[in-house]
Design a protein around this ligand. Structure first.
Ligand SMILES: Cc1ncc(COP(=O)(O)O)c(C=O)c1O
Length: 364
């Protein structure tokens, strides 16, 4: 199979899904895949056996979720355009508005549809200003419980998202307590509450049983159906980006140039100034792995190898599923990675390849 390609390994996806299924069972919460994180629909049928459906951030995502991911489909968007509303409603079981303004604006169009509102608790676990939904002046949801109470008769649910890459149960517990304290007056009039994504409960050692008990108690206290919207937790560790070394250089450091680009194929890492990961990352030879785009800082990171690298060597970057495949782009016209799936029996098949025609079709 020609590199570059993303490789989704079902045997690495499965343990995450089994934990999600266990949590659903033990807590009563429903789990919807957040398509903003991962939208590679070839594995949706496989994932749907362990999850309840999907949630979205745009018309196109809700349409993809509705047509490809069996189960419930939640629609959410920071703002809907008038011309999108009919299609959004046709492809969703619930619509969650980001503001009271949009809830009012589409009151007529969405009448009879299950409606919810995004609430912003004003605090989050994010360490990055760029990704902090509770940053000052945040546009992500309504923050005043009194204003939400005024429209409570027009909605049946609330959506919160203030956990970000949160792998601590204690921090999650604090966040939920805060929501209970701040929105406790309006929660009993709701039928459902989504707690969003960002809870890294599929990680090793996470106290799933405590999370389940906490969610169950929250649901019972307010009489609500709880939803979770895992993105990263569902697919973490499940995919790699497979690349090949094209050239090597020495410029004070050993440099290897690969047939991929961090700017084009793992953009999220560049945005958050993180290094890619390889496994193992041991050995006496240190090499900087660079992308083939013209961006001077198109660098995947510095890694250790058992032997000096040479053209033709293969490298696998770990964790290439979340916020990675959804952000791939055609910068520099670098060949977009294909998509391959490794089945549980170990066989691998290429499910999508991209070529010149796709590059040309992306612009006009
Ligand atoms: C509203 C909402 N739900 C779910 C998610 C998924 O979060 P994660 O991939 O961290 O689980 C996000 C991420 O930004 C979000 O904004």
């Amino acid at each position: 199979m020609q590199t570059p390609y993303y490789l989704i390994d079902k045997s690495r996806l499965l343990p995450n899904l089994q934990k999600i299924a266990w949590l659903r069972e033990a807590s009563g919460a429903k789990a919807l895949l957040a398509l903003k994180c991962f939208a590679t629909w070839s594995v949706f049928d496989f994932m749907a056996d362990y999850m309840d459906g999907s949630t979205s951030s745009s018309l196109y995502e809700v349409k993809l979720g509705h047509t490809r991911f069996p189960g419930e489909t939640h629609a959410y968007s920071v703002a809907y355009a008038d011309h999108e509303m009919a299609e959004v409603l046709a492809h969703s079981d619930k619509i969650i508005f980001n503001s009271i303004g949009q809830l009012n604006k589409f009151a007529g169009a969405a009448q009879g549809h299950v409606r919810g509102l995004r609430a912003n608790p004003g605090v989050s676990t994010s360490g990055f200003d760029l990704a902090d939904p509770a940053r000052p002046f945040s546009r992500l949801g309504e923050s005043d419980p009194a204003r939400i109470a005024e429209v409570a008769d027009r909605i049946s649910g609330l959506m919160f998202h203030n956990n970000c890459e949160n792998d601590s149960f204690e921090r999650f517990d604090e966040m939920l307590t805060l929501i209970e304290d701040r929105f406790g007056a309006v929660l009993p009039s709701m039928e459902w509450v989504s707690l969003g994504g960002g809870i890294h409960f599929t990680g090793d050692g996470y106290p799933l049983d405590r999370l389940a008990a906490r969610l169950k108690a929250f649901a019972a206290r307010f009489g609500v159906q709880v939803y979770l919207e895992p993105g990263e937790a569902a697919i973490t560790g499940a995919a790699t980006l497979e690349v090949t070394v094209l050239d090597t250089m020495f410029n004070g450091k050993n440099l290897a140039i690969v047939d991929s680009s961090i700017e084009a194929h793992m953009l999220d890492l560049l945005i958050y100034r993180e290094s890619a990961k390889i496994s193992p990352d041991t050995g006496p030879h240190e090499w900087m792995i660079c992308g083939k785009s013209c961006l001077a800082g198109d660098i995947f990171g510095e890694f250790r190898f058992d032997a000096p690298l040479q053209a033709g060597d293969r490298i696998s970057f770990q964790d290439a599923a979340g916020y990675t495949m959804v952000k791939k782009n055609w910068f520099n016209g670098v060949k977009m990675p294909g998509i391959a799936i490794r089945e549980l029996d170990g066989t691998t098949r290429l499910v999508r390849d991209f070529g010149y025609d796709d590059f040309a079709a992306a612009l006009s």
